[in-house]
Design a protein around this ligand. Structure first.
Ligand code: BG6
Ligand code: MG
Length: 218
């Protein structure tokens, strides 16, 4: 079946915001006295804000009231927003403009399926907000990644069947969403971590569109 849409994750795929999410969670975990390292963080990538906080609290065996949880989630978000304040078009990963141009030329739609409520702000800063045919609103998604809802919502809005979509993710949770959505999958990052993806590239600039299309369209 021929590919009609590419649906991208944002943080860690199109720009290095995954690192800023990690730094902000690591600072909060430290403040709470909970051990949290990069390996733990792999489980958090792609997971929404409250889900991420809960993961850290569970790791530390800490039970908090809903009010306290919201206060800590807000604190992390303020820290994260400070870390991304300086972001600009220069922070877009190399290769993204080129890939988007190739997709447009091939008449393949471009969607965004980010779990982040900061996604609209980030794509504005990166100067790519006009490049997408549809951007999912994370606030309207009921079931976060690894549930397939966000990828299915983007495909449906684009009017494309899941099997005609390629999802691009750096996170384990996001990759599971793509697979459970019945889409073809590209992992960006470490092939050992993202073993389940059909294609894995260390960086988005390494993604070979002709190769993916040739193999996907079989
Ligand atoms: C995902 C990130 O894209 O967005 C997660 O991979 C993050 O690390 C999630 O927790 C939610 O982001 P935000 O900006 O709404 O807190
Ligand atoms: Mg990501």
């Amino acid at each position: 079946m021929s590919i009609r849409a590419f649906i991208f994750d944002l943080d860690g795929v199109l720009t290095d915001t995954a690192e800023y999410h990690y730094q902000a969670w690591a600072a909060l975990a430290k403040q709470l006295g909970i051990a949290f390292n990069r390996q733990d963080n792999e489980q958090l990538k792609g997971v929404d804000r409250m889900g991420s906080l809960q993961f850290i609290l569970d790791k530390g065996g800490l039970q908090l009231s809903d009010n306290q949880k919201h206060a800590f989630a807000n604190q992390k978000n303020h820290h994260y927003q400070q870390l991304i304040e300086h972001m600009s078009e220069a922070d877009l990963f190399a290769g993204v403009h080129d890939l988007f141009a190739q997709l447009k030329q091939a008449d393949i739609a471009i969607g965004l399926a980010s779990a982040s409520k900061n996604a609209a702000m980030v794509i504005n800063r990166l100067g790519i907000n006009q490049a997408f045919d549809y951007v999912a609103d994370a606030a309207k998604i009921k079931q976060g990644k690894p549930h397939p809802e966000i990828f299915l919502t983007v495909a449906q809005t684009l009017g494309v069947k899941p099997a005609q979509c390629v999802g691009v993710e750096d996170s384990l949770a996001g990759l599971q969403s793509i697979i459970d959505a019945g889409m073809q999958s590209v992992g960006i990052g470490d092939a050992k971590v993202l073993q389940q993806a059909q294609w894995v590239y260390p960086h988005i600039k390494d993604l070979s569109l002709p190769r993916v299309l040739e193999q996907a369209n079989k």
